[in-house]
Design a protein around this ligand. Sequence first.
Ligand code: FDA
Length: 533
Amino acid sequence: MMKTPSICSLLFAFLVIFLCSSAVSSDGHDDFLQCMSLQSNNHTSISNIVYTPNNTSYSSILNFSIQNLRFTSETTPKPLVIVTPVHESQIQPVIYCAKENGMQIRVRSGGHDYEGLSYASEVPFVILDLFNLREISVDAENKTAWVQAGSTIGELYYRIAEKSQTLGFPAGVCPTVGTGGHFSGGGYGALLRKYGLAADNIIDARIVDVNGRILDRISMGEDLFWAIRGGGGASFGVILAWKIQLADVPEKVTVFTIDKTLDQNATNIVHRWQYIAHKFDEDLFIRILITRVNSSEDSKRTIQATFQSLFLGGVNRLLPLMQQSFPELGLQREDCTEMSWIESILYFAGFPIESRDVLLNRTQPNVPYFKAKSDYVQKPISKNGLEGIWKLFFEEEAEEAEMILSPYGGRMDEISESAIPFPHRAGNLYKIQHLVYWEEEEVEATQNYINWIRKLYSYMAPYVSRFPRAAYINYRDLDIGVNNNGNTSYAQASIWGIKYFKNNFNRLVHVKTKVDPTNFFRNEQSIPPLNSW
Ligand code: FDA
């Protein structure tokens, strides 16, 4: 016999139905998807570019460009939806529907953000992944190119070399880096002393603003055009494409790599390099990579300084120059290899120089767990100071640690601090990137490595820039300060903002207030508008 339901069981049933339905809508993607369909003329095309956790390819689309395994764990917050537009016109509905449904947008181009800001967020969010927007058109005659923001720098270098052996571009070393994030944060590589940063060589851009308008340099105005060249694109809109000025490179460049361990006088040579590397002829770039290695003779551990160089000219011009300016390195003709500029890109990236097609790969074979930090050095570090660094490199957690010292000077000294938001110009001898890599997945191990790099960073404090202790936004480091999850005060954001941008931070806030006053485009380190608290 069926019992008449009691008021309590009716209430319970109602509660279950209510909770279940609110759980569905708190998944959030249904309303967003419905909105996307309504906003788009062609429904089929939308279904081909939208991925929710219900799609079998959701995880592979999410993970394929992640460059730091720290942010692939189960605890990393995942997007409700990933949209991969194949046409610029598909971006406006994403902005509109994210706003309508209270979702944040994380724009991803190459996925190299050191703290995963392009694909992880604590609040409900959608990833707008631009990897399908990667058209590159090179105009060799006028030495310019239009590059869609989803292209990688490897693809860009490849396309330039298809058209010309004597044109290049001053962007980064790792080919899988995306132009969307890289150029909007500055972007540098071995051409930095001759031509400055990637962002110094941008002459036009296209962006979708918070109202869904597509703007170019003229229609966005000089303030916004200034802000996206080094101020980080994520605060201002969705950058669609860059027009860049290509750089002249000689038919033959020369490269070399020389390792020096402590037994081979590494400390003295690194010490000396600090006094001269920023004054070399601007055709000469010599960076140093510091690592711990096993010494070949007695299998003891030692510190190795690797001097890696690009010279924009032939070996016959390089040798006397090195003899005159840096004889301590003992460079010999047989250490040097002449090659084309595009081959030097492969050389610096660690690939065989014949394997040009690898520049078209968008993924790296071995993605590590890592944490990085950056510093600027304005006075040479004493030998004692260097020895203190070596000591830290002998600690257990530093087995896979690295320090990369990149010389400034040359063109970097000539560009004013306020020309673009990237302010680190004259007065800086070199930049340091501190890195620690590891393989263990466990939280405790992760914490040990992160503690180690924080210890190194504390140790470095007396030797590097102060007031502010400057940092490079493309080496994103959330340790230096974060925004509130929501609104952020100017004062709070200036803690990290002044480090990345010095006095340019104020102008960035001014631009943000003008172009995105409601702070729709935001993340843990985005520029706040003035009206936020
Ligand atoms: P990603 O897609 O993760 O974006 C980074 C940031 O920019 C995020 O905040 C994102 O939302 C935003 N963004 C991306 N595309 C956007 C767009 N179209 N519109 C608006 N905002 C956008 N740097 C350097 O100067 N020289 C170097 O040699 C290297 N080498 C290097 C090697 C490796 C292995 C890594 C992981 C990183 C580097 N970098 C570097 C750092 C690199 O420049 C930095 O991480 C860039 O921001 C990466 O840009 P992506 O587009 O790849 O990242």
